[in-house]
Design a protein around this ligand. Structure first.
Ligand code: FMN
Length: 267
């Protein structure tokens, strides 16, 4: 089993890396053949997104920044699962992780990681774990990853009492074990995915939106090429069927389309 850990701390081997190393130990106890690769975003030399829209409009190959982005995409493709790890900076992901997300923004429109599993890790001095792990998990979910688990760990900067530290360590160990078990269970589950209602609705809304786009836009070409614009296409990949979720998603998408204002023709 191949796991890629993407570390979004500008400090490199700080608290976040140490937390992921603990998760690695845990995962190794569940699978001795585990292959772990680390990617430190601080050393990856990713340029900052210029907001030119070329990735959305023409395709990611038209991005004017020539760096290792495509290699990182291949690394994610080659892994069975990816750990996305960030420190909490001002209640959110670090800038380095946010830039990484922005550089892959085209993947929200043209998802490609279905079948891959992700674990989200965040570390903090005190607060911001819930928001940060949810935000990062949401982003990664739009890329097609199944977010198996979210692990938030506190690393208080100031000295704390011995018994407090021991309680925290105990909690961290049990949370890490639980998150790793869930990740491992998903990694070994080779059954069809069972997408949630929101994912099915997202597919439906994107399908409706991209089918109306100009035929030379990258999003249209990608969706057309995948067969996702066909009448009977219901999801990005073969998935477990559900009597309720798919008709309900169609109904909600239809109601949303009725509520959308007509384009006025003005800017
Ligand atoms: C610029 C900056 C912003 C931070 N913002 C927060 C914050 O909003 N809430 C918090 O509890 N800790 C905050 N911290 C503390 C870090 O989240 C915490 O020390 C984290 O474990 C650092 O991980 P690292 O060593 O991998 O970089 C911040 C630290 C820095 C340097």
């Amino acid at each position: 089993m191949k796991i890629l850990a993407i570390i979004g701390s500008p400090r490199g081997k700080g608290n976040t890396y140490r937390t992921v190393r603990q998760a690695e130990e845990c995962l190794r106890s569940l699978d001795s053949s585990l292959e772990m690769e680390y990617l430190f975003l601080k050393d990856a030399g990713l340029g900052t997104c210029k907001g030119c829209y070329l990735c959305f409009l023409k395709g990611e190959d038209s991005c004017p920044i020539k760096d290792g982005r495509a290699d990182i995409e291949k690394m994610m493709e080659n892994a069975d699962g990816v750990i996305f790890a960030t420190p909490v900076y001002a209640y959110n992901v670090s800038w380095i992780m946010k830039n990484f997300i922005d550089r892959f923004a085209y993947v929200c429109h043209r998802p490609r990681f279905h079948g891959k599993k992700a674990m989200i890790v965040a570390t903090t001095g005190a607060v911001g774990l819930v928001f940060t792990t949810l935000t990062l998990g949401f982003e990664i979910g739009t890329w097609g990853f199944k977010v198996s688990s979210r692990l938030g760990v506190m690393h208080p900067a100031e000295e704390i009492r011995q018994e407090q530290r021991m309680r925290l360590e105990k909690k961290t160990i049990s949370r890490t074990a639980k998150a790793c078990r869930k990740f491992h269970d998903d990694l070994t589950d080779k059954g069809k995915p069972d997408p949630g209602f929101i994912s099915i609705l997202s597919f439906r809304l994107q399908k409706d939106a991209f089918s109306r786009k100009s035929k030379d836009l990258a999003d249209y070409r990608y969706w057309k090429g995948k067969g996702w614009l066909e009448d009977d296409a219901r999801y990005y990949c073969e998935a477990k069927s559900s009597l309720l979720k798919y008709p309900l998603a169609s109904l909600v998408a239809w109601i949303m389309s009725l509520m959308q204002p007509e384009p006025s023709g003005e800017n």
